[in-house]
Write a protein that binds this ligand. Structure first.
Ligand code: NAD
Length: 477
């Protein structure tokens, strides 16, 4: 996607790292140690499909092992290559440190167009790829724990978990070898939606600070904000759905592979998603809104918030000048190149950086990993006990009111909400919200507290690099 003359994705991440590291008091040696990718394993394997042996190329990069296990998704796309996987692994290291999930950074990828294969074939390919990684401990509950990314989802994660358990029959923690599994196979409630939900929580937290919104020339909350979303996959779909259905925002354009749908009155995300399910993922032909075949041009529409949620490098030197959104939240990893980032900052745009914006996925993956290791669903022990205590209080208030003839009545809405103990989904959402708020606060303290920090990306890197450096120092490095 990058235009000629721009650095590669990995170089772009490195340049962003260096911009922040230059403001920190770190020895050059430690800086280098944090920046470099520790290792990348490349595997080529064959699978007999459609009467012949097909060879596939896959990667698993481990960027940093300052904490283990290392964590990061597995991507299925034809564009996967070593540079991309290493860039994504580095972002995972910085992201995990920023949101305080106790992991190092990793990433995997397979060069494949998942739409070119049927389900049974994909299962054979996935199991074989997993086998290659498992036998080298590149998938392992204690060392390296993948998750979904572009082109993969809970189905692939279930195959990987099953493959691991077949190869490690006595590992009682086998389910923790991968996250993003279906709930009925060791997954956790709220994981599928987690990254999109995290984008929503990130934006809510941003608008809780009027001075921050003011920097983007915006005010108020999300209600009525005009949003453009690129990519209606896992991340973009849930982000767009929640923001429009729960926060009153208006999604005025969605951009997909074949073009963009535009409607100033606001698009119905659920209905578009259903349309895409029956149209092989295409937007063209959707009966409402205006279809525009040049999807890229829709990134340049005037709006309040731009949410690139598809892939890296979509905002580059070639189009950055024309981007009008005053607030961009990087739901995808690396959607803005290093050069474009500079142009946008010069124009005064506020960018909520990827390592924070899309950290909801790894946060809830962390909860899933902990659930798998503890072998018990969150809330199972406390829920009814909590409900019982609330019930006692409500009964006591009602008794007091009756005894003293006070005429108090608790509203039915209050009673229903108050009496309900938190189940797994409520706890996951609460943990995610808390994580996103705390990470934003940490970034914000640096953004507002240091004269030499002008944007949230540098602030995020500073928080993150500081924590990784502390972890290395405490190991005596
Ligand atoms: P996905 O495969 O579910 O969805 C990607 C969507 O983008 C698809 O609908 C695809 O058709 C669309 N798309 C692809 N290329 C496009 C283009 N050039 N223009 C417009 N649309 C295009 O992937 P995802 O899991 O939603 O991941 C999207 C991004 O979010 C990636 O950068 C990924 O690394 C990042 N991310 C994902 C997660 C997660 O939990 N899935 C977590 C953190 C970050």
């Amino acid at each position: 996607m990058n235009v000629a003359g721009e650095p590669s994705f990995r170089d772009s991440v490195d340049l962003m790292f260096k911009r922040a590291a230059a403001l920190l008091d770190l020895s050059p040696g430690l800086q280098e140690k944090i920046r470099v990718c520790n290792s990348t394993y490349t595997v080529r394997f064959g699978v007999r499909l459609r009467g012949e042996i097909k060879t596939f190329t896959g990667y698993r990069s481990v960027h940093s092992e300052h904490m283990e296990p290392v964590k990061g998704g597995i991507r299925y796309a034809l564009s996967v290559n070593q540079d991309e996987v290493e860039a994504l692994a580095a972002l995972m290291t910085y992201k995990c440190a920023l949101v305080e999930t106790p992991f190092g950074g990793s990433k995997g990828g397979l060069c494949i167009d998942p739409r070119a294969w049927d389900e049974h074939e994909l299962e054979q390919i996935t199991r074989r790829f997993a086998y290659e990684l498992i036998k080298r401990d590149l998938i392992n509950p204690a060392q390296n724990v993948p998750a979904p990314d572009m082109g993969t989802g809970e189905r692939e994660m279930a195959w990987i978990a099953d493959q691991y358990k077949r190869m490690n029959t006595t590992d009682i923690n086998g389910n923790a070898c991968v996250t993003g599994k279906p709930v009925n196979s060791g997954g956790i409630q709220g994981r599928t939606e987690a990254t999109g939900r995290g984008v929503q929580f990130a934006l809510r937290e941003f608008f809780r600070h009027p001075e921050d919104a003011q920097k983007a020339g915006l005010s108020g909350d999300l209600d009525g904000k005009r949003i453009v979303v690129q990519g209606l996959g896992n991340v973009g779909y849930y982000a767009a759905k929640f923001l429009s259905e729960e926060d009153g925002a208006k999604v005025i354009a969605v951009i997909e592979r074949d073009g963009a749908l535009i409607d100033e009155g606001g698009l119905d995300i659920e209905s578009i998603k259903q349309w895409m399910a029956g149209s092989n993922g295409l937007l063209a032909g959707y009966p409402k809104g205006k279809f525009m075949a040049d999807g890229g041009a829709a990134l340049e529409l005037a709006c309040d918030i731009l949410i690139p949620a598809a892939m890296e490098g979509v905002i580059h030197l070639g189009n950055a000048e024309r981007i009008k959104a005053p607030l961009i939240i990087e739901a995808a990893n690396g959607p803005i190149t290093f050069g474009a980032d500079e142009i946008l900052r010069r124009k005064g745009a506020v960018i909520i950086p990827d390592m924070f914006a899309n950290a909801g996925g790894v946060t809830v993956s962390y909860f899933e990993w902990v659930k798998n290791l503890s072998h018990i669903r969150f809330g199972r022990m406390q829920r009814r006990q909590e409900e019982g205590r609330h019930e006692l209080l409500v009964q006591e208030l009602e008794r007091l009111s009756a005894d003293k003839q006070l005429g108090w009545t608790l509203s039915p809405g209050f009673k229903t909400k108050y009496l309900r103990g938190a189940g797994e989904l409520e706890l996951v959402r609460s943990g995610l919200d808390d994580t996103m708020r705390a990470a934003y606060q940490a970034m914000r303290d640096v953004w507002h507290g240091r004269q030499d920090v002008e944007d949230l990306r540098v602030a995020a890197y500073i928080v993150s690099i500081g924590r990784i450096a502390a972890a290395y120092r405490s190991k005596g490095l």
